[in-house]
Design a protein around this ligand. Structure first.
Ligand SMILES: Cc1cc2nc3c(=O)[nH]c(=O)nc-3n(C[C@H](O)[C@H](O)[C@H](O)COP(=O)(O)OP(=O)(O)OC[C@H]3O[C@@H](n4cnc5c(N)ncnc54)[C@H](O)[C@@H]3O)c2cc1C
Length: 479
């Protein structure tokens, strides 16, 4: 263990904060996490993480990372009731992208990395927090508001906090402060007022909104464990995921052109009928709602480019959503927080000289390809030129890949690995892969599609309306 200093402070006990604290505990004698909420001793939603009411998919790469950082945790999740898909039986997943169902016959060559641990966000966070709080050198200070970092001569030396129960203000001294306070992080504002200049931001505009509803469905009513339907740009999409305790999360996404997200379960059902196969809908209709429908329109992406600042303070690192928040429809935020925790570990292994700058640059190398893929998927066409050759070619290749994936399990496996952030998107452009797509298209020119609960005539009508409305939503990838 290479000890860098005596005390590190992590701001925020969300996913990024917990993962960062675990990493810092390898390098600092003590680690303190400061959190404004009272943290429940069981899996429960809490005010500081309002997004916990929504579907929270953990991608394959994120699952790998938490397994690496917390040996035995994945087994604990399984034992506690997470719905585990070992990746060896694609028949338990229903995936339709555009017209193509990605449920080809056969078995994955390497199912291990694609194992999915399906559970609610409060469940995941609780189990992670339980493991973090078992560390001898990590303490969690709850019900403390973080006011601002303390700066001395260009170095952050601690943080000012207020006890929410007593109103007492105090300063926690630290050799390193890690900001993991999420999307609402105030650090960019703090740095600007402290003379470091404005933090440049990259943004991807929002793609509409979606609604999530937690459901209780009696066991055995739905044989699939997960259903995902992305009809492409400008059309509604759906996701249904089995969670712990016979609960399921249904999410329905609507682009703005389709009238905004459904307002209640009845409206969600109305959309779901047109998206999900009849046998799955039969189970959904037997569901009992748990709590109210949650609606989110916050689908923009924001990347605060600390890596581009001419000067950043020493002793401060910003990660998780505070650094880059992704369109939640892609389900990448927790996984990218986990990836950044590993990046921080690599940077700390090389010592603490110029740590912040090295971290932002290294993190940017991991964020950039995911950001670029999201931008390509999310961004509305901004000029006629974009409808030109390159765009049409990309669209053609993507459709060919999906058509191939509906018949060739090796193609599906490659796409699932990229989607799960196990592999880089560049792997979808490798010549051998493109050749495989071409062969599969020649052998299987017509995809098979299971009937949805809605009659086909209604489906075509909706698809036609969506096309006329000028597409904007979730073009080609899963969310
Ligand atoms: C609607 C929605 C749906 C999403 N769905 C997915 C999904 O399917 N899959 C996925 O991987 N990601 C998803 N995300 C993103 C995911 O929630 C985040 O990327 C992930 O939680 C990592 O965030 P974080 O730890 O940086 O911040 P958060 O999880 O937001 O945690 C921040 C913590 O800081 C605390 N805090 C904030 N300010 C202060 C303060 N001043 N003082 C003290 N404490 C403070 C908060 O209470 C909270 O505990 C979704 C996000 C949204 C908004």
């Amino acid at each position: 263990m290479a000890e860098q200093g005596s005390h590190a402070v992590v701001l925020g006990a969300g996913m990024a904060g917990l993962l960062a604290a675990r990493v810092l505990s390898e390098f600092y004698a003590t680690v303190t996490i400061v959190e404004r909420d009272a943290l429940p001793d069981h899996a429960e939603r809490r005010p500081g993480v309002p997004q916990g009411r929504h579907l929270h998919s953990f991608l394959s790469r994120g699952t790998q990372v938490i397994g690496e950082l917390f040996p035995g945790l994945l087994g604990e999740l399984r034992a506690a009731g997470a719905v585990v898909d070992d990746g060896d039986d694609l028949s338990r997943l229903y995936v339709r992208i555009g017209r193509y169902e990605l449920n080809p016959p056969g078995r994955l060559a390497d199912p291990g990395p694609l194992a999915a641990y399906q559970a609610s966000r409060p469940f995941l966070e609780f189990h992670l927090r339980r493991r973090v709080s078992m560390s001898d050198n990590i303490a969690i200070l709850q019900r403390r508001n973080i006011v601002a970092p303390v700066l001395a001569g260009g170095t952050v030396t601690g943080v000012r906090i207020i006890d929410r129960d007593t109103g007492t203000a105090s300063t926690l001294a630290a050799d390193l402060v890690v900001d993991a306070t999420g999307r609402a992080s105030r650090t960019a504002h703090f740095l600007a007022t402290a003379g470091f200049g404005a933090v440049p931001q990259d943004k991807i505009p929002p793609t509409g909104g979606y609604s999530s509803q937690l459901l209780s469905i009696p066991p055995g009513r739905i044989s699939a464990r997960m259903a995902f339907v992305n009809q492409g740009s400008g059309a509604p999409g759906a996701m249904l995921v089995a969670h712990e305790d016979d609960t399921w999360m249904l999410a329905i996404a609507h682009p703005a052109e389709c009238g905004g997200p459904p307002r209640d379960f009845a409206e969600m059902l109305h959309s779901a009928e047109r998206l999900l196969p009849a046998e799955i809908m039969a189970g959904v209709r037997s569901a009992t709602c748990i709590g109210a429908t949650s609606i989110s329109r916050n689908t923009a992406g924001v990347w605060r480019r600390y890596d581009r600042m001419p000067q950043v303070p020493a002793g401060l690192v910003i990660l998780g959503d505070a650094l880059c928040s992704f369109n939640p429809l892609h389900g990448q935020g927790m996984t990218m927080a986990a990836v950044q925790a590993l990046v921080l570990r690599e940077c700390l292994r090389a010592g603490d000289t110029d740590l912040a700058r090295r971290f932002y640059r290294a993190a940017a190398r991991h964020i950039a390809p995911v950001w670029a893929a999201n931008r390509a998927t999310d961004q509305r066409s901004t000029s006629a030129a974009e409808g030109s050759v390159r765009r049409r070619l990309n669209g053609w290749v993507q459709r060919a890949a999906l058509r191939a994936g509906s018949a060739d399990i090796a193609v599906t496996e490659r796409m699932l690995r990229v989607r799960g952030l196990i592999d880089s998107p560049a792997r979808l452009r490798e010549p051998a892969f493109l050749a495989r797509i071409a062969v599969a298209n020649i052998r299987n020119p017509r995809p098979h599609c299971r009937a949805t609960a809605a009659p086909r005539a209604a489906l075509s009508r909706i698809a036609g309306q969506a096309r006329r409305r000028r597409p904007a939503f979730s073009r080609n990838t899963a969310h």
